[in-house]
Design a protein around this ligand. Structure first.
Ligand code: NAD
Length: 337
């Protein structure tokens, strides 16, 4: 099929081109984001391949449909950036890659925890300046601490397994219990109990209207003083202004983020010579107990291979009228959340 790939980086092009040797689609790569101005470039293409920060709003989907687009192939798991009602109304099929990097994301969440609890980011800088003082680097062990996992799907369950390996007491909150977690003696509790009892809280639920700003002033008020919060899921789960307040008072002792609610204007680009206009973001970076990465939790060789292969096989399946149920993004999926 004729596929236009938006928001392409060199690594996307390499992995998609390599994988396409087995599929034979006609791929056109663009480095621009998909937006109201660029969506006219999709004219003549049946398939748009998009990524996390390409916003498929009602306006854009309508323009794409007018241009003949019939399939949106997301090369990511999250689909909060797609107006699914409009896609359904316009008879545009939406597919995704539901599980391309669960191990990579789980390992990255744990990496953020370990950097924070042992202050590795600060230690690294000191050693490079021949400052070998340990003052201010006192850490804590995860062993026997209580880790609260919000969302025990594919990624959350892997984090639970790793945390069990550390000898932590693992609590979980999810609208559906995962048998794998139950079998490893993860204790399912209410959200309130997660907040009250956890030393570390890690987020692995999708961003929906129910989960938007789940970490708010109200949630923070229920947490232990000095709690560590980790978010590798979606930025919108956290009310950033509330966590800045929590960091200032010491309520939050550590914050590890791979995602940020306004990341669309920042992440995946080299802005090193530019002025950042987002004052909330720059305030976050000024805290010594905040560590941030730019949405790279998924970014492993294994994941890029999976993303490329699944995206192209989703397109082939659509061409044959056989989209796999587990990869289709439908309104039903949204209702289940
Ligand atoms: P998943 O669908 O396997 O698991 C999500 C879990 O959340 C499910 O168990 C579901 O029951 C639960 N859930 C959903 N809505 C809920 C609600 N309102 N209340 C309670 N529980 C709810 O997803 P996954 O593969 O584990 O991925 C989790 C998230 O990680 C994705 O939604 C995506 O946003 C994010 N992600 C980030 C990266 C990255 O690079 N940072 C990469 C991949 C995925």
């Amino acid at each position: 099929m004729k596929v236009i790939v938006f928001n392409t980086k060199s690594y996307d092009k390499k992995f998609l081109t390599d994988a396409n040797k087995d599929f034979g689609h006609e791929l056109t790569f663009l480095d621009v984001h998909l937006n109201a101005d660029t969506c006219k470039l999709a004219s003549g293409f049946e398939v748009v391949c998009a990524f996390v920060n390409d916003h498929l709003t009602k306006e854009i989907l309508t323009l794409l449909a007018q241009n003949g687009v019939r399939l949106i192939a997301l090369r990511c798991a999250g689909f909060n950036n797609v107006d699914l009602q409009t896609a359904a109304d316009l008879k545009i099929t939406v597919v995704r890659v539901p599980a391309y990097a669960p191990h990579g994301v789980a390992e990255h969440a744990v990496a953020l925890m370990l950097i924070l609890n042992r202050k590795i980011h600060r230690a690294h800088n000191r050693v490079h300046e021949s400052n070998f003082s340990l003052d201010g680097l006192l850490g804590f062990e995860i062993y026997k601490k209580t880790v609260g996992i919000i969302g025990t799907g594919k990624i959350g369950a892997l984090v639970a397994r790793i945390m069990k390996g550390f000898g932590a007491n693992v609590l979980a909150y999810d609208s559906m219990q995962n048998k794998e977690c139950v079998d490893m003696n993860v204790e399912y509790v209410t959200l309130e109990e997660i907040y009250h009892r956890s030393d570390i809280i890690t987020l692995h639920i999708p961003l929906t209207k129910d989960t938007h700003h789940i970490i708010s002033d109200h949630a923070l008020a229920q947490m232990k003083k000095g709690v560590m919060i980790i978010n590798t899921s979606r930025g919108g789960l956290i009310d950033t202004k509330s966590v800045i307040g929590g960091l200032k008072t010491g309520k939050i002792g550590f914050l590890g983020l791979d995602v940020y609610e306004e990341e669309g204007d920042l992440f995946f680009e080299d802005l090193s010579g530019k002025i950042i206009h987002d004052d909330v973001f720059t305030r976050l970076l000024a805290f010594p107990n905040v560590i941030m990465t730019g949405h790279q939790a998924f970014f492993t060789k294994e994941a890029l291979m999976n993303i490329a292969e699944t995206t192209l096989s989703n397109i082939t399946a659509f061409e044959r009228g056989q989209v796999p149920v587990e990869n289709a993004v439908t309104l039903d999926l949204l209702r289940k959340k």
